[in-house]
Design a protein around this ligand. Structure first.
Ligand code: ZN
Length: 167
């Protein structure tokens, strides 16, 4: 089932999510729908706030053939080093892209779909993607990293394009 993706500037994207305390059938079904929605939209990650939820979880798959689905519940970055610049986009801000600098190598702790603790290292796109998704769980968007001037320029274009789509 395809879910509606919440679009910027919807205030729900600014929700600071609360931790998941137990795994439920509802969540498991939601993860399945989130993967379907993310693959359909050709994204590499989708966070709870983007589908109108307010608990801390996201789904990620950065593989070319969409074969490495990853559910991250209550994800945390416990170590970070080096830096990388990546041209990021977001399913909640369609057709807007910008270079963002973030740590390149991260150590991630989370619970998996079975609610079991996992810990792993990530770099390059996986690292960028997980950091982008964790930001969503804190109500933060990638455009928040840009200078006010750059953000305004991109948002003017975005709003114009949104109006044209609705017209
Ligand atoms: Zn995003």
């Amino acid at each position: 089932m395809l879910l509606d993706i919440v679009l910027h500037p919807d205030e729900r994207l600014r929700t600071r999510c609360t931790p998941v305390t137990e795994m439920t059938d509802r969540l498991d079904t939601l993860f399945t729908h989130m993967f379907e929605t993310m693959y359909d939209a050709e994204g590499v990650g989708l966070a709870s706030t983007q589908v109108g939820e307010s608990l801390r979880f996201c789904v990620v798959d950065v593989s070319e053939d969409r074969s490495q689905p990853l559910v991250l519940i209550n994800p945390e970055i416990v170590a970070a080093k080096n830096s990388i610049s990546w041209k990021e986009g977001c399913l909640s801000i369609p057709e807007v892209y910008a270079e963002i600098v973030r740590p390149k190598n991260i150590l991630v702790r989370a619970l998996d779909r079975d609610f079991k603790p996992i810990e792993f290292e990530a770099d390059e796109l996986l690292s960028v993607c997980i950091q982008h998704e964790i930001d969503h769980l804190d109500g933060k968007l990638f455009i928040d990293y840009l200078s006010a001037l750059k953000r305004r320029r991109l948002m003017d274009k975005y709003q114009k394009q949104q109006r044209e789509e609705q017209a």
